[in-house]
Design a protein around this ligand. Structure first.
Ligand code: AMP
Length: 287
């Protein structure tokens, strides 16, 4: 496995792989790799001859300096994990490679899909940072497909919108949420939870399960469903930043669950802000 730091080296390696007939997959990450990231690698590996992973803690999508400073960084371990999962090329640029002096361009996806949920919680700069860095990575690597996790469901919606609007020739693939055995969605931020906080955090997947179960048993009223989820969180002393039932495409709140609906939660446990979600009413449960 090769590691490159510049866009020109990235393009050169990808051109060589294309020249040899391989199709190209890109997996954008911020490193601190875990099984969730590796599940994306395996999905990409199954469909493409050459798998590229970017590892870049993108400063522009962090709206809290403390969160950026505390974000785990472990490049050597990441390289080992990426290689063992089947990554062919890691692109790990310095910030100046992607944001040269005088950088003045922002890709802004407008409307409800960036203003609600994470956009409301973390501020509009968050998705500007995501859209800008993902568009730069897609332009740099020009992959056939890019793989994202449904863990960040809103990010997938925003990236799909951006790709459609800019006419970027790339297929966006969303992979299911990978969970630890106890049900907690895998996240690089989980390493910052104490044992006690981690057991508290388990209220999040429990709340999602409660809402799913209530929908399966015939409850459709969004207010009643949200109350049930909030009550499960409250039992563990967790207060949601949001617990929302939204249309999975527009991300607008739904009054009733009558078809495919995304139930999304953000909650802070200690200093750590966690997100999780489940797709409801869409046939077999996606968890
Ligand atoms: P991150 O490094 O947190 O920016 O994540 C990189 C990619 O991995 C994003 O597309 C995430 O949605 C995805 N990802 C992170 N955690 C998980 C998980 N538990 N299951 C599936 N995908 C994940």
């Amino acid at each position: 496995m090769k590691i490159v730091r510049t866009v020109s080296e990235l393009r050169e390696a990808i051109a060589a792989a294309r020249g040899a007939g391989a199709s190209i997959a890109l997996i954008p990450t911020m490193g601190a790799l875990h099984e969730g990231h590796l599940s994306l690698v395996r999905a990409a590996r199954a469909e493409h001859g050459y798998v590229v992973m970017s590892i870049f803690v993108n400063p522009t999508q962090f709206t809290e300096a403390a969160d950026l400073a505390a974000y785990p960084r472990q490049e050597d371990r990441d390289a080992e994990l990426a290689e063992s999962a089947g990554v062919d090329l890691v692109f790990a640029p310095e910030a100046a490679e992607l944001y040269p002096a005088g950088f003045a361009t922002t890709v802004h996806v407008g409307g409800a899909i960036t203003e609600t949920l994470e956009g409301a919680g973390r501020g509009p700069a968050h998705f500007d940072g995501v859209a800008t860095v993902v568009s730069k990575l897609l332009i740099a690597a020009a992959p056939d497909a890019a793989y994202f996790g449904q863990k960040d469901a809103q990010q997938v919606v925003v990236v799909r919108r951006m790709v459609a609007d800019l006419g970027l020739p790339v297929r966006i693939v969303a992979c299911p949420i990978s969970r630890d055995d106890d049900g907690l969605a895998r996240s690089s931020r989980n390493t910052r939870l104490s044992a006690e906080q981690r057991s508290k955090a388990l209220a999040i997947p429990r709340a999602l399960a409660e809402v799913s179960e209530a929908v399966r048993s015939g409850v459709t009223d969004a207010t009643a469903l949200i109350e049930r989820g909030v009550a499960v969180l409250a039992q563990s002393g967790v207060t949601a930043e949001y617990l929302a039932l939204v249309d999975p495409d527009t991300l607008e709140a739904v009054p009733r669950v009558t078809g495919a609906t995304l139930c999304a939660i953000a909650a802070r446990v200690g200093e750590v802000r966690l997100i999780d979600n489940v797709l409801l009413g869409a046939g077999p449960e996606q968890r």
